[in-house]
Ligand binder design. Structure first.
Ligand SMILES: [Fe+2]
Length: 134
């Protein structure tokens, strides 16, 4: 399993950790789709990407709410990063919906989503931890 949760990614904030783990579960599903039926690969990736983005929206709202409430200095910048990710992902979604046969594009989208989730949770998200606490 390439998408595996590690304790390094834990924030110690219960609700955030729970949501991050859920994001990982959906990301793992992208790999399952990839290893499944090649005929339905693009449709599967597109559907799972949509599920991931729907949940990411809920999660970003939670995270941004906590950062704002705590008066975290990096709040505005962090919010921009979330928005930029959502925009980039939406652009990918539009492309995959137009090019349902393009397996390379499906792989590119999958890698983009997984890399972003892992990188963001283990990097940027750790910055607000000392400000929020549990
Ligand atoms: Fe974040």
């Amino acid at each position: 399993m390439l998408v595996s949760w590690s304790s390094k990614m834990e924030t110690g904030i219960e609700e955030i950790d729970r949501q991050h783990k859920r994001l990982f579960e959906i990301a793992e599903k992208l790999y399952e789709v990839k290893n499944g039926d090649p005929e339905s690969l693009n449709i599967g990736i597109a559907a799972t990407a949509e599920e991931l983005l729907d949940y990411a929206k809920i999660h970003f709202d939670t995270e941004e709410g906590m950062m704002e409430k705590a008066g975290f200095e990096g709040y505005a910048e962090h919010k921009k990063i979330h928005a930029a990710f959502q925009e980039e992902a939406k652009a990918y979604q539009a492309r995959i919906n137009e090019r349902t046969e393009d397996v390379f594009l499906a792989m590119e989208i999958m890698n983009f989503l997984i890399d972003w989730i892992i990188g963001h949770i283990s990097g940027k998200d750790q910055e607000y931890v000392p400000f929020i606490g549990n």
